[in-house]
Write a protein that binds this ligand. Structure first.
Ligand SMILES: NC(=O)C1=CN([C@@H]2O[C@H](COP(=O)(O)OP(=O)(O)OC[C@H]3O[C@@H](n4cnc5c(N)ncnc54)[C@H](OP(=O)(O)O)[C@@H]3O)[C@@H](O)[C@H]2O)C=CC1
Ligand SMILES: [Mg+2]
Length: 365
């Protein structure tokens, strides 16, 4: 092991024995990590693979080329949407009855999560259920060149779990060499004017190559059946906030989230028909371009098998094009015990797509 690798290993090892973070307003403020040395992503990937050497290999997923005929002069913007499964919820609340507790050990599951991020190298990373921001993702991803923002849920269910690592919440990371932060908003969602336990982060970024601005948002709506109207109200509140942040759809928009809603739900229809003119990127993987994938989460709880499409990447369809999207895992890859598993760290699949700006600067969005 060379010097560089030893340094990396100690960087990774430092996060292995993380203890519970203090539950104070520091959650809202990123510590200054600028003094930390940069990490070579390839070396970190190797370190992760070394930790995971007893596990089965990663699943192979391919990008599907979706380019109609839109040659763009600038490199695409790669966006990853992922509910990574809060450690406290996975071990203490979710009841994944077919997943051995051993598969959920943070020391290894963390490396599976990092491996997935490093494999696809997103320019923008939108995460839900993050309960290891300050001890893991913020320090490591900042050394990989990302700028991160975390907004915890006000009453995170993680806090009910013994030995929790603090609240879970949404996190948004972008590569600092590609984008400049123009504006950032942490939004506590309301439902019928009442403040709720769900949050969103919305940031306006400027692309350094093209100097074009766009807004990216991440959210995680209320879970469970019986809460459909509540989710719908939260979605309306988020859309209203985004209307204002994008100056009435003048600024192109990408919204990533675990909406906890199937495409048949009202909140989905609100997004699909909003005046923000959004399309859902993963529909483009279907033969007719009109159908969402059959699942984005698949798990077995005491209540039985739960296979649902709940996660989406929405985008301003007149301003942006999806040039490619990462295909989902097949039923065979997911296996009979479903997710999470020794091969895959979350009950939700990551969604990854590449965006390009359409060639009409100042045109209709
Ligand atoms: N002290 C207080 O005053 C308050 C406390 N709370 C606490 O927060 C909790 C609820 O928070 P809220 O944000 O509304 O939570 P949600 O109902 O949105 O669910 C929280 C998490 O549970 C997961 N989940 C979904 N379905 C199930 C299931 N069937 N079994 C186990 N887990 C599931 C979800 O994952 P996914 O999205 O992947 O499906 C989600 O991350 C309460 O139980 C309470 O502990 C909440 C409000 C006030
Ligand atoms: Mg969950």
């Amino acid at each position: 092991m060379g010097n560089g690798t030893s340094r990396l290993y100690s960087a990774l090892a430092k996060t292995l024995n993380s203890s519970a973070a203090s539950q104070h307003p520091e959650y809202l403020v990123s510590p200054d990590s600028e003094h930390l040395e940069p990490i070579d992503p390839k070396e970190l990937l190797e370190e992760c693979r070394a930790v995971l050497h007893t596990r089965p290999p990663r699943f192979q997923r391919d990008f599907v080329d979706l380019r109609a005929d839109c040659p763009t002069s600038h490199p695409p913007i790669r966006v990853m949407q992922w509910n990574i499964l809060a450690q406290a919820l996975g071990e203490g609340k979710d009841n994944f009855v077919q997943c051995p507790l051993e598969a959920l050990k943070w020391e290894e599951r963390k490396c599976l999560i990092l491996e997935e991020i490093l494999a696809y190298e997103p320019d923008i990373l939108c995460l839900q259920e993050v309960d290891h921001y300050f001890d893991t993702f913020q320090p490591l991803l900042s050394r990989l060149g990302y700028q991160g923002t975390f907004f915890p849920k006000p009453w995170s269910p993680c806090l009910d779990v013994e030995h929790n690592n603090g609240p879970d919440g949404c996190a948004l990371f972008f590569l600092q060499n590609r984008f400049k932060l123009v504006n950032s908003a942490n939004i506590r969602l309301t439902a019928m004017t009442v403040k709720t336990n769900q949050v969103a982060i919305a940031q306006t970024l400027e692309c350094k190559e093209s100097e074009r601005q766009f807004c990216v948002a991440v959210t995680h709506l209320k879970a469970r059946t019986g809460w459909e109207r509540f989710r719908s109200a939260q979605g309306c509140d988020l859309l209203q906030n985004l209307q204002s942040i994008t100056q009435g759809a003048k600024v192109p928009l990408i919204v990533c989230g675990d909406f906890n809603a199937e495409p048949t739900e009202e909140v989905y229809r609100h997004f699909a028909s909003s005046s923000l003119n959004l399309n859902s990127a993963y529909k483009l993987l279907s033969a007719d371009g009109q159908s969402e994938p059959p699942y984005t989460t698949w798990k077995i709880r005491t209540s039985g098998e739960c296979r649902h499409t709940l996660d989406y990447i929405w985008y301003s369809q007149h301003a942006l094009s999806v040039t490619s999207a990462l295909d989902l895992l097949t039923e065979e890859q997911i296996g009979p015990n479903r997710l999470p598993s020794f091969n895959y760290p979350s009950d939700h699949l990551s969604l990854v797509c590449d965006f390009g700006f359409n060639e009409e600067p100042g045109g209709l969005l």
